[in-house]
Design a protein around this ligand. Sequence first.
Ligand code: GYE
Length: 567
Amino acid sequence: HQEILEEAEKYDNIRIIYKDAANDTDKQIEDINELMDYGIDLLIVSMNDSDVLTPIVGDIYSEIPVIVLDRAVDGYDYTLFIGLDNYQLGYEAGSYMASLPRVRNIVEITGIPTSIPTSERSLGFVEALSTQAAFVSKQIVGNWEKDIAEDSFYQVLEEDAGVDAVYAHSDDMGFGAYLAASTLGRDLFILGFDGLLGDDRGLDLVRKGILDATFICPTGGKEAIRYAVDILSKESGIPKKIILRTEFVTIDNVDNIIKAESTPAVNNTDQEIIMGYAQIGSESTWRNANSESIIEAAKEAGIELIFKNVDNSLSDREKQAKQIEFIEEFIMEGVDVIAFTPIIETGWDDVLLLAKEAGIPVILSDRRVDASNDLWSTYMGSDFEEEGRRAARWLVEHTDSSEVYQIVELVGTTGSAPAIGRHKGFKEIIAGIPNYEIIYSAGANFEYEDGKETMEDALKIYGDTIDVVYAHNDDMALGAIEAIEAYGLVAGVDILIISVDATKAALNMIIVEKLNCAVECNPLLGPQIMKAVKDLMAGVELPIEIITGESVYTIENTEKEIKIRKY
Ligand code: GYE
């Protein structure tokens, strides 16, 4: 709350009307209605109970922009979500606690049961413990409140002498647990969340040894105001989801962290910025639009860009080696910031470490890496699993579930983040429905020719028993359409075609009804990258993930979009 007000003061055209529902869902609904009556232009909401509030927030979103803070809603009915990856945090907490010899019997103190951070922090934690000797002996509800946690935990301790650790979903509740334990003369390991500055707040509690560990969980207040301004001034390229960076704190690093958190960031905004970018080739229409967007945006932002691209005829392995070479050159030249698209997920640790040691921040653009998140500063791009889910949802919703569907999957570059995510998300949706079956799944490199050849192979084996093609990108889908027509079948009718990207060429295919569905993946990342680079240079901490907003295109909504599509 304080952070929101402080940040808002920097703008003279923003007025904040603040309402606090004090953990009461009915009150929060009343508050939201009242705010709407005031005629607010944008709603920032942190939901108490996401089950109840999701549909209400969805309604508001049909009228004004909505920024959901801290606690996610199900689905995508909001303008922008800013928050944490709570599942991941729970998992890290679990792995850490399980690694301590003194921790076995753990009591979990949860936040409000119906809130998403509660369920995700639980889920991640339990998952991490599933292969370990440590276990949760009891789960109690603390409703985010210190006193409730203290009282309920006191009772637990009186009954169970074996408890040796507490996993509390917030520092406040961890503090409550500590008070109960010390009343009974018990010394327990206690981990909490939030890591706020100030007396008797998370960091101070770790320093005093009241809590053994916590995670700094930024509230997103600053980011909410900054993005609210962008949304209201109708800037383009507003992301859909922002995941904030967290930090794990124990007695070992708490002093340094308190010092760092209390000193204001250095602002280098006037300085000239030199950025190196290592691209992965020109395998698709998407990639070309992506490269252009980056080059254009750098020019516009006045950032000096050294853009290096690899020869597209190289193999994936050779491309990666080339990219690593480029990055090493950037480090030698001493650029201010490096951005690159990791062609596959693995194999980046050494070069990332080199950049880190040289003090050069690295932005992951479009694809993720499988490497520790302290080796890079932010990931910017799409939610590939969600894209896969959307493709499968379209299929399930537009076919007769009493029939059998045999699916051919054209997979993108093997081991690349989009290929992994799009496969996983798709499978997740069809997993429970036996009549949707992937009968053939093969890598086709995100390329037109490969897509065509792979489809020819599939047709040779399965012929007209194929019902559906799911291609991880448009280029492969267009190649497949070519192959299907050459085989004598009607694409879009005899075989349903679903692809990802939604480039202009694909949208044209939807209009002529040869492609049934294109899940959007936005390549125009340039402006967002430059914005992040400027923030970085100004000493603003970047979110750990900045996720692009995207739609799904079919015959119903393509006509309008095709006129404004730039790639
Ligand atoms: O979907 C595909 C391209 O990494 C998201 O790469 C990107 C993918 C895109 O070749 O067309």
